[in-house]
Ligand binder design. Sequence first.
Ligand SMILES: [Fe+2]
Ligand SMILES: [Fe+2]
Length: 208
Amino acid sequence: MTPEQILDEAFDNEGVAQNHRDDIKAYLHALKNRDPKTYEHSIRVGVLASRVALYAAKPGISARMLLWAGLLHDIGKTLVRPEVLTKTSNFTQEDYAAIEPHVQYGWDMLNRVHDWTAYIIVRHHQFRAKPYPAELPPLPEYLRDKAEIIQVAARLCWRLQIFLTPSPTGITTGTATSPLQLGKNAKSTCGITPTRENSLSFLNQLAC
Ligand SMILES: [Fe+2]
Ligand SMILES: [Fe+2]
């Protein structure tokens, strides 16, 4: 299956409305034009996240919510220079400085358009040794009682993207030796098609 077929199947599985499919595809299309590998990474994270949500069965965490968040967690990379985005080694401080704002960019792209996803993805780098951004936008009144759900969803996205990152292309993986190793295994076993087995394997390793 092509990444696009996998994406359509995931939309079907989660009953995503046509107007929302169009939105997500438009975002992802721009990301694909920037860097096809980041585009495929986003589909992997989104589809596996939706599967994991099913098996994790955490209160309030739906497969559709994690599909959205996983697909769009790195959407801000659309605004990062391709020469930085496609680099795979010898990262400089300037490279880090160029890529870290992708979280803020993603927030800016989704805030007030797709709020739930925006509040999840703005947290997806909060679980590393040096979290960024340094300050998070406060949750609005209508989401205050969803703070725990948003935090758990963001953490799942963070751990999943490490699980599925075979090399430190994301710069984000430097603090996670064990999950990085998992990522190497995942590359050969799950490609772009997450299975029940690797979803469960992820959950077992996550131990959460
Ligand atoms: Fe990211
Ligand atoms: Fe990512």
